[in-house]
Design a protein around this ligand. Sequence first.
Ligand SMILES: Cc1cc2nc3c(=O)[nH]c(=O)nc-3n(C[C@H](O)[C@H](O)[C@H](O)COP(=O)(O)O)c2cc1C
Length: 212
Amino acid sequence: MPETFTVLGIVGSLKKTSFNWKLMRRAKAVATEGITFDVFAYLGVLPYFSEDREGERTPRMIQDFRQRIESCDAILVATPEYNGSMPGVLKNALDWASRPPGESVLDGKPAAVMGASPGRYGAARSQADVRKVLTAIGAEVLDRELSFPRVHEMFDDQDKLLDLETGPRLAGHLAALIELAGGATPAEESELAEYSRTCQQLASDQRVAEAA
Ligand SMILES: Cc1cc2nc3c(=O)[nH]c(=O)nc-3n(C[C@H](O)[C@H](O)[C@H](O)COP(=O)(O)O)c2cc1C
C-alpha cells in the first residue's frame, strides 16, 4: 500500500440534506490514519456529456474531474436510487470519466459502491447499476455492496447518527476497497476489528439501556 492512500468520494445526490452525503462524510470520518479522503463536490455543475465536446473542446472542469480520479488510488461512490437506477447526474459524470476510449481514468481504478434510501432495499438496484457501469468502463469493482435501507431512521433531528453499527460497516467497506487496491496491512486489519468490536459493544450497551 502507498504511504498515503487516497480515496475520492463521489456522491450521486445534489440534495442539500442528502443522506448519501451524510454517509459519505461519515465514511471520511472513519478513515484511519494514512488515508487521505476527498469528496468531489461539483457533480452538479459538470456539463452534460456530448461527443461534440470531446478532444480540444473538453471543458476545463471535466479535465479537473478526470484529473481528480486519475490521481486517487481508489474511488468510493455513494448513490441514491431514482426510479430503480442511478441518478442521471452520476451517470453523466461516469460517462465523462470513461472517455476518450482507451484512455479512461477509470480503467483499472479500484472502486466501491454504497447506497442509501428511505425504502426497504437501500438503493440496491441503483448500486447494482453503478457497479455494472463501472465494470463496463473497466474499473476494478469491489464485489460487494453496502446498503443503508430506512436511512431516514438512522439520524436524529440534529443529524446525529443514531445507528452505532454504521461506523464499523463503513470502515469495513473502506478496508475491503483498500485491500482490493493493494492490501491493508495486518496491523490495520486488527485495528479495524478492534474498532468494530468497540462499536458493537456500544450499540449493545445502548440497546440494553433503552430496554431498561
Ligand atoms: C425522482 C426520484 C425517484 C426515486 N426513486 C426511488 C426508487 O426507485 N427507490 C428508492 O428506494 N427510492 C427512490 N426515491 C427516494 C430516494 O431514495 C430518496 O429521495 C433519497 O433520500 C435520495 O437520496 P439522498 O437523500 O442522498 O438525496 C426517489 C426519489 C426521487 C427524487
